[in-house]
Design a binder for this molecule. Sequence first.
Ligand code: FBP
Length: 551
Amino acid sequence: MAKKSVLQQQRAAYQPKLPAVLWGNVKPVLGKPTQSVDDQEAIKKLFPATYGLPELTFAKSDEPAEQPAAISVGVILSGGQAPGGHNVISGLFDGLKAINPANRLYGFLMGPGGLVNHNYIELTKEIIDDYRNTGGFDIIGSGRTKLEKVEQFDKGLVILKQLGITALVIIGGDDSNTNAALLADYYKSNNCGVQVIGCPKTIDGDLKNEQIETSFGFDTATKVYSEVIGNIERDCNSAKKYWHFIKLMGRSASHIALECALQTQPNYCIISEEVEAKHMSLEQVVDGIADVVAERGNRGLNYGVVLIPEGLIEFVPEIKSLISELNELLGIEANKVLLEAMTPDSQRTWILEHLSKDAVKTLHKLPEDVSNQLLLDRDPHGNVQVSLIETEKLLSHKVAERLEELRQSKKYTGKFSALHHFFGYEGRCADPSNFDADYCYALGYNAAQLIKCGVTGYMSSVRHLTRPSSEWQAGGIPITMMMNIERRNAQDKPVIRKALVDLEGKPFKAFAAMRDQWARETAYTYPGPIQYFGPAEVCDRPSRTLQYEQN
Ligand code: FBP
């Protein structure tokens, strides 16, 4: 490993706080059989071996712990990086060693592809110790290979058998955990002797529900973004001459933008879910911003900060229907093959010929680079690569046009000069906040206990997260419980339901109650950098979203 910074050296000594229930011997307490959130019959059919399992919570056991036979476990990091992944792995490692010091842990390299292609390393104490409490996924790397085909499951089984691995932990977002559930069911249905356990990861914060309170990484990433937004706000309030358009990562849902708004009180923040609910056109979104710029400008306040969620484009109704038409078209296997053989120009022409008139009209309203992004750039899950679309520039450009119209009609007398930023990748690998360091370590340690219980198709769950960590509850949630059927790539598929911002929820309502004041006044707050050393109210503070959600 490269030379360690002073902070890294100090941080390596941090001992993550574990829920008290996991300190000694535990026993599983099983709840009632569960159901999927929707489409119960369809999901039941697709998961014959794992559907309907009960929720599981751990309680302290007074029985003396018996040492089970040593086992080998595999771990995979899947999808985008999120702060705390290394702590899930170190918690898993420590949990396995506490159960039996002879237990072994293997890491599959560069995501699910490592399992399929048999690339792995054994994770020893020396390796684990080097990565405790650090950001990033570089201990074994991550990747976005979709693990969903029987051939992949079978190829993976070969290496699992070869290494004597009887349990696999998949650390990922909603898509990766959906695939973990498919894998669990396949291995159980075929008596393969391999348990599969998921862990909820994603900075986007959209893998949450009644059972999973938050995904890990959201806390740290939003604190990093809020720090820099706060810095920009202070610069903005000092120079008083720029409007800053800041796009924030979060593929679909606007949880990140909302959390950052609650932390920094900008002049404007778009919430995509509201845009969709109010059926707003792109022009209306632009008008909303321009009105605030004009109102401030007319009072001599020619500066401000606008937060834009990365996924906005997918929520503007006209663009949303364009995208779903494109998904249908590009999801058909024969079309994919046909397009692969074409040049980008012919691909574009072919696609335009096969879209409806309305869709083509919407496409023509967008700048060429944005329309090309929608047409041609997809990730392996078929998602539009929203992080590559420069919505912040698109919006500020259109706001400038609208302001000129207002000026012509004598409704605007100010000056408008825009700067653009995109905060995404810089937050995904930060050293985890105490919250994420503790939460992740607990998720991993808890996963070892789920393995010991012999269950499969469960997601590691740690709850009551706004209480002190000693009071957190630990257990497992059947992954099928979070599923419903959705249309993806021209097919109906079982997927974990994505949590979007709830417009009736407390975090949004708190924001909505204050935003007009933040637009008019300059009410910025400056959260400053994540603190790793110091009083608990500064260092262990959970996100505002969690605080509002749990009062
Ligand atoms: P996950 O859903 O895998 O956690 O990734 C989330 C994310 O960080 C999004 O916020 C962003 O749109 C996307 O990954 C970027 O993907 P990539 O890392 O492939 O550029």
